[in-house]
Write a protein that binds this ligand. Structure first.
Ligand code: BMA
Length: 380
C-alpha cells in the first residue's frame, strides 16, 4: 500500500473516531455520558434507562409478576382525574407496577376515552418519578376512511411508503412522536415507554387486523412505524411490544410478526379466562410465549387480560395467578395488565366494595405479585 493511501486511511479513521466521540446522547446534549450501543434491543441507540428497563424487567420476570392497569390514575369507578386516586391503590394499598395509556385520537385534546393528553403526560412523569412503568397502546382512527380503530375497511396498503395516504399517516405519527418526545423527567432524561402499537392484529376488529391487511402489509406497517419513530424522529426511549390475542401455537404467533429485529417484547392479550377450565389453556399459552421469548433473548408479557366487571370473588388468586404460575415457563411472564375502570358496568380492576376486592388484596400480598412499592430501581 502506498504511503499516501495509508495517510488517507489514518485520516478517515481519526475523523470517524472524533465523530463518534462527539456523538450526542439520545437523551440530548445535556447528557454527557458516552453513547453506548446495545445489541439486544430493536433500537441499538436506546437510552441507558431504556436498556436498564428491559434488563430489569427480565430479572423481575424471573421471580414475579408485575401487575398493570390501564388508565389507573386517570379515572376509576365513580371518580375522574382526582390527584392521588387509583382504584387499585384504594383496594390493596399500593399502585400498580405497570400503567397502560392509549394514544387513540391523538389529533384531539383528549384520547378516545376522555383522557386529556397533557394530563396523561403528567401522569406518565408521576409514574416514572415513583419508579413505575408506562406502556402505551394506540387505538388510532382508520387513516383512510376516517372511521374509528374498529373500522376494518382497507387502510394499511394505502399508508405504506409510496402509497396515496402515506404522507397523511406520517402526520399522525408526527403527533405521536411529539407526545413521546415530551415525556421527560425534570433532569431532562427521557422516560422509557413500552410502545404497543397495532395490537390484537390476528383478530379482525381493527383496520390493522387479519381481515384488513395481509401479513406482509402488517409487517411493513410495523417496520415503517419503528423506522419513523426511531430513525426519522430520533426517539430512543422506546421498547416495542407486539400483542396478538389468544394465540396457542408458535406458528399462529409468527403468522403475523414483523421479525425479531423489530420486536423487544412478545405480548399476548387474553380475554377467555372466564372459567377455571381455561387456566391451563392460558398457562400453556404463556409458557409457549415465554419459550419463544427466551429463545430470542426477549421478554414475554400478558399485555391485556381480565374479565369484564370481575363477576367472581376469587378471580385474582383462583384464576389469574394459577394461570401465570402454571409452570416454570409461564412464570417467566413479566407483567399482566387489566383494562380500564370506565364505569360500574365497564371495568376490569376491583374497586372498594367490589366482589373480588378481598381476593385482590390476597393477590397483592402474594409474594409472587409485584406492585409499585415492590419494584427495585427499574431504570438503573
Ligand atoms: C375497549 C373499551 C372501549 C375503549 C377501548 C380503548 O376495550 O374499553 O370503551 O374505548 O377499549 O381503550
Amino acid at each position: 500500500m502506498r504511503t499516501g493511501k495509508i495517510t488517507l486511511l489514518l485520516f478517515i479513521a481519526l475523523a470517524a473516531s472524533i465523530a463518534c466521540g462527539k456523538k450526542e446522547s439520545p437523551n440530548g446534549p445535556e447528557d454527557t455520558r458516552p453513547v453506548v450501543k446495545n445489541t439486544i434491543l430493536v433500537d441499538s441507540l436506546a437510552t441507558p434507562e431504556t436498556v436498564a428497563l428491559f434488563t430489569n424487567l427480565k430479572t423481575a420476570a424471573s421471580t414475579g409478576l408485575l401487575f398493570g392497569h390501564q388508565d389507573d390514575l386517570a379515572y376509576g369507578v365513580g371518580w375522574k382525574a382526582t390527584p392521588g386516586r387509583s382504584d387499585v391503590k384504594e383496594v390493596c394499598g399500593d399502585y400498580p407496577a405497570v400503567y397502560g395509556w392509549d394514544l387513540g385520537d391523538i389529533h384531539k385534546e383528549a384520547n378516545l376515552d376522555g383522557v386529556y393528553f397533557e394530563a396523561m403526560k403528567r401522569w406518565i412523569r408521576e409514574v416514572y418519578s415513583r419508579g413505575g412503568i408506562n406502556t402505551i397502546s394506540m387505538h388510532l382512527d382508520n387513516p383512510v376512511s376516517g372511521g374509528s380503530a374498529w373500522d376494518n375497511s382497507a387502510a394499511v396498503k394505502y399508508i405504506l411508503p409510496g402509497q396515496s395516504h402515506h404522507a397523511g399517516y406520517l402526520q399522525t405519527l408526527d403527533k405521536i412522536a411529539a407526545f413521546l418526545k415530551d415525556l421527560k423527567a425534570p433532569d431532562g432524561t427521557f422516560i422509557p415507554v413500552i410502545l404497543r402499537p397495532y395490537h390484537e392484529h390476528n383478530h379482525s376488529w381493527p383496520w390493522w387486523g387479519s381481515s384488513a391487511c395481509t401479513p406482509a402489509e402488517y409487517s411493513a406497517l410495523w417496520q415503517m412505524t419503528v423506522q419513523y419513530l426511531r430513525d426519522t424522529k430520533g426517539l430512543h426511549h422506546l421498547l416495542y411490544a407486539i400483542s396478538p390475542q389468544e394465540v396457542d401455537s408458535e406458528a399462529q404467533y409468527l403468522a403475523r410478526y414483523p421479525g425479531d429485529a423489530w420486536v423487544d417484547i412478545l405480548g399476548m392479550d387474553y380475554y377467555l379466562l372466564t372459567t377455571k377450565g381455561r387456566i391451563d389453556d392460558l398457562g400453556k399459552a404463556l409458557a409457549m410465549m415465554a419459550e419463544m421469548a427466551q429463545a430470542r433473548g426477549k421478554l414475554s408479557a400478558l399485555t391485556e387480560v381480565g374479565w369484564e366487571n370481575v363477576p367472581v370473588s376469587d378471580y385474582w388468586t383462583g384464576y389469574l395467578l394459577p394461570a401465570v404460575m402454571y409452570n416454570t415457563q409461564s412464570k417467566m411472564t413479566a407483567w399482566a395488565l387489566v383494562w380500564r375502570n370506565a364505569s360500574a358496568s365497564h371495568y376490569w380492576a376491583p374497586y372498594v366494595g367490589q366482589v373480588s376486592a378481598t381476593d385482590f388484596s390476597l393477590f397483592h400480598l402474594n409474594p409472587f405479585t409485584l406492585f409499585e412499592k415492590d419494584l427495585p430501581a427499574m431504570y438503573r
